[in-house]
Ligand binder design. Structure first.
Ligand code: DAU
Length: 292
């Protein structure tokens, strides 16, 4: 199973913050935003990951994450010349995907919750068996998202991108698990009215073929898209609250890698040394010391 983190886009909704910095490198409490989606793919046991970003930011991601060996994974990088839509990732990544099942997560999406592992593992298995999975989450501002319409038995009837009159409050989150056809199908999509290759069109291709599961993430899960000032602030406060009150480190690629046996404790300590006196460095050192 391959994985893609899509970390491009123009970030205009966060100007002036993103005038000279990538959105996905902004802090969410104590670590860069991209650590969160990276740790989700790693939780799903995905170790071969492509990071797609902009021409101006690609080098910064390489500086931060390197070839992935410090996390026991393989990271490669591609550039999206302009933000022409989420589904374009499967065209840019065609060679990397190589007709294999592939997950994609948006670089500004945060997922947390007990049991996320189980859900991710099921989605990986399904994708390997030819069934793709997307995740839906109840929101109060459905006009901003891809929205799923269900019948009374919760069968999926349609998925619409940013509908003026939403047929439900269930939005499609930025985490997708596809079978080996993602690149082939993405190449069939034509640009929408806003000039983008829409991920919703890709989802609808799978839906029409009866090969798409929409898994509801209930209230035990937190999903946040950190694309606005308010949601960025909410995400930081959420992570701060959990970190302080429960004394845990969430969405740490180093700790996920260690828990999976991909890296040694010494490798965590080496990362912690590099992070100096920062709270994140101290926290991963302390967590590693306590883990067997
Ligand atoms: O967040 C979930 C939503 O993400 C879904 O419900 C929608 O169906 C999906 O279209 C998408 O909607 P957004 O309006 O939030 O997409 P946005 O243009 O903000 O892009 C999402 C992230 O992907 C953002 O971090 C920038 C990045 N991006 C976006 C585009 C269009 C790219 O890297 N390349 C792109 O071409």
């Amino acid at each position: 199973m391959k994985g893609i983190i899509l970390a491009g886009g123009s970030g205009t909704r966060l100007y002036p913050l993103t005038l000279v910095s990538s959105k996905q490198l902004l802090p969410v409490y104590d670590k860069p935003m991209i650590f969160y989606p990276l740790s989700v793919l790693m939780e799903a046991d995905i170790r071969d990951i492509l990071i797609i970003s902009t021409p101006q930011d690609n080098e910064k991601f390489i500086q931060l994450l390197g070839d992935g060996s410090k996390y026991g994974i393989k990271l490669t990088y591609e550039i999206q010349p302009s933000p022409d839509g989420l589904a374009q990732a499967f065209i840019i990544g065609e060679k990397f995907i190589n007709n294999e099942p592939c997950a994609m997560i948006l670089g500004d999406n945060i997922f947390c919750g007990m049991g996320l592992n189980k859900i991710l593992n099921a989605a990986v298995k399904d994708a390997e068996n030819g069934v793709s999975t997307i995740f839906a989450y109840h929101v109060n501002d459905p006009q901003r998202f891809g929205i799923v319409e269900f019948d009374s038995n919760m069968n999926v009837l349609s998925i619409e991108e940013k509908p003026a009159l939403p047929k439900s409050n269930y939005c499609v989150t930025g985490l997708y698990f596809y079978d080996g056809h993602s690149s082939e199908f993405a190449k069939k999509i034509v640009p929408s009215d806003r000039g983008e290759l829409e991920i919703t069109d890709l989802n609808n291709i799978y839906l029409k073929q009866n090969k798409l599961k929409v898994k509801l993430l209930d209230t035990g899960f937190v999903w946040m898209d950190t694309g606005t000032f308010d949601s960025l602030m909410d995400a930081s406060i959420y992570v701060q609250t959990i970190s302080k009150h429960q004394d845990v480190v969430i969405c740490s690629p180093e700790l996920v890698a260690f828990s999976k046996g991909w890296i040694t404790k010494e490798m965590i300590f080496a990362s912690a040394d590099k992070y100096g006196k920062s709270p994140y460095g101290k926290a991963i050192r302390k967590a590693a010391e306590m883990m067997r």
